[in-house]
Design a protein around this ligand. Structure first.
Ligand SMILES: Cc1cc2nc3c(=O)[nH]c(=O)nc-3n(C[C@H](O)[C@H](O)[C@H](O)COP(=O)(O)OP(=O)(O)OC[C@H]3O[C@@H](n4cnc5c(N)ncnc54)[C@H](O)[C@@H]3O)c2cc1C
Length: 517
């Protein structure tokens, strides 16, 4: 397996493949991790995926967790939002951490399986071809040019993907005009970690400004520049620093500070119309470019990796037919369309593209000062996992269920459980194999106990293991004594659910898909 691009998505894909026992070579044009300010907000779902990639502890030790934020219109607070979170949770709804740390941690975790994952740094994919059996990729490095052959290629080579360009494929969609300056500064602060947004603040009249804390006493500040401003001039320190100073003074941050990084950004809503082309798969920014507002860029790329890894592994090891790989494109394209719809809405609010949008935003902000009901309109909806409604992998559910949270195609809900070794989270059991959650008390019927012979792991959830009742409530078996089987995919999505403990329909469904142990 070849992976073009050793950014966060390519490295994570390599790590997840290694977890499934599949060897890969990552070909990375640069000599090391990314520089500058890119992704900083990592969602709960991404933390789950990164935990499968072996970086849970490193990420938790370095990152700054947060649960909500505040928005201000001029000098008035118009919104204080909280994302769903509970004391029993495994991960915070969001953590802040610089993208290069994510790359470093995943790369370091890869070292645990050197026979399964290698990274060729300073090596650029320059051309490729494919036939019915595999792909051939030309790679240039300081040692010269060589051709490598592999069964499949994952194009994770970013927004300017060479693979995409060499295959003559084009992203489709919209590019927004509005530009944002991105400034990282070092400054000590005692503020809580929150998402902070100002619309038309006295420090920068007419602009929109966002602030996020990052590890290492770093503030990330994003502010909108006027349409008539020259972006080249806008990033010059003499134009940036006074705006930053004015804002820090306005909010009372008085510690000494210095700039670390300045760049300019404009939002794009672009995607390939298909993420599979024969034996080549596109993931991350190579497949789609999502606006940064709502933080769906890297977060959706990590979901691509989580979706693709187990499917490739099954097909490569011969336990599923090639058709499984088509579902990668179907599911992740659906997710991209949802992400782009959210991203476009957020962008139109953060940087209104015309006078009408500007007027509507002004009206919403003005009303939000006094009317609580309007505040939901200005609540920035942060990245969340997307349900794969209509996926070809969803199995019909049988019987009545008291909750739709775990309907086929949904991300499997989290729950805190108790086992013989102590408390654990349900999502800790996902990430590798198919798992059947068995909601029942007492000894298991033989057919259920024998599911592992069919390649399906079994996790018993008797009522006393579910002391908080979270699993029964969220999986739709709230009534006392209810029994059921819930099949969860290796990437933590519900595939099907059946009332009772009859395994025949589950096994018949897997057989129809052509999956073998
Ligand atoms: C200012 C800014 C802020 C952002 N904030 C967020 C955020 O808070 N949350 C979020 O989720 N997302 C955010 N994003 C988006 C996020 O940075 C990207 O979505 C993410 O980097 C995508 O990862 P990737 O691995 O797909 O691509 P990249 O990170 O671009 O990695 C691609 C890799 O491929 C390599 N490469 C390129 N061409 C070749 C070639 N021919 N051969 C070999 N290697 C090659 C590159 O060197 C690079 O290392 C932000 C982006 C920007 C610009």
């Amino acid at each position: 397996m070849l992976i073009a691009g050793g950014g966060p998505v390519g490295l994570t894909l390599a790590s997840l493949l290694a977890r499934h026992g599949i060897a890969s070579l990552v070909v990375e044009a640069d000599a090391g991790y990314c520089t500058g300010s890119r992704a900083i907000c990592i969602s709960r779902r991404s933390q789950e995926i990164l935990a499968w990639a072996g970086v849970q502890d490193a990420l938790a030790a370095k990152s700054l967790p947060w649960t909500g934020g505040r928005s201000y219109w001029r000098s008035t607070e118009v919104l204080h939002f909280q994302m769903p979170s509970e004391p029993s949770q495994r991960f915070a709804p969001m953590v802040n951490i610089q993208q290069y740390f994510v790359e470093q941690f995943v790369h370091e975790a890869l070292a645990a399986a050197p026979q399964l994952a290698q990274v060729a740094w300073s090596s650029r994919v320059v051309d490729l071809g494919q036939d019915g059996d595999g792909v051939e990729v030309d790679i240039e490095s300081p040692d010269g040019r060589r051709t490598v052959r592999a069964g499949y290629l994952a194009a994770c080579d970013g927004g300017r993907s060479t693979v995409r360009e060499r295959m003559g494929l084009q992203l489709e969609g919209t590019q927004y005009e509005g530009r944002y300056v991105i400034v990282d500064i070092v400054q000590k602060t005692s503020r809580p970690v929150e998402r902070l947004a100002w619309f038309d603040p006295p420090s920068n009249p007419g602009s929109t400004l966002l602030m996020h804390r990052q590890p290492g006493d770093v503030w990330r500040i994003d502010y909108q520049i006027r349409d008539d401003e020259d972006p080249v001039e806008a990033v010059k320190p003499e134009n940036v620093l006074p705006r930053v100073r004015s804002h820090l003074e306005m909010i009372g941050e008085t510690e000494p500070w210095e700039p670390l990084w300045i760049s300019v950004y404009n939002a794009k809503c672009l995607t390939l119309p298909d993420y599979r082309h024969g034996r080549v798969f596109f993931a991350g920014d190579a497949a789609h470019l999502v606006p940064i507002f709502g933080v769906r860029g890297l977060n959706s790329g990590l979901d691509d990796a989580g979706n693709l890894a187990w499917k490739l592994a099954r097909v490569i090891e011969g336990t599923a037919p090639d058709a499984l790989l088509h579902s990668y494109s179907a599911e992740r394209l659906h997710a991209t369309h949802e992400n782009l719809a959210y991203g476009a809405k957020s962008t139109e609010f953060m940087a209104p593209p015309n006078f009408a949008f500007k007027l509507m935003r002004e009206a919403a902000l003005r009303l939000a000062v006094s009317d609580e009901k309007v505040r939901s309109l200005i609540n920035p909806r942060q990245s969340a996992p997307i349900s794969y409604a209509g996926s070809p992998l969803n199995l019909a559910q049988q019987g009545g269920w008291s909750s739709d949270m775990a309907a086929p195609g949904s991300p499997a809900p989290e729950a805190l459980l108790a086992g013989p070794q102590g408390k654990f989270h349900l999502t800790q059991c996902f990430g590798k194999d198919l798992v059947c959650l068995v909601f029942a008390d007492g000894p298991l019927p033989q057919a259920v106990a024998r599911l592992p012979e069919h390649g399906v792991g079994v996790l018993e959830i008797p009522a006393d293991a579910d002391a908080l009742g979270q699993a029964r409530e969220r999986y739709g078996l709230a009534e006392r004594g209810a029994q059921g089987l819930v099949l969860v995919r290796p990437d933590g999505y519900v595939m099907g659910r059946w009332r009772g403990l009859e395994t025949a329909p589950l096994l018949a469904a897997l057989e129809r898909l052509g999956w073998t142990p």
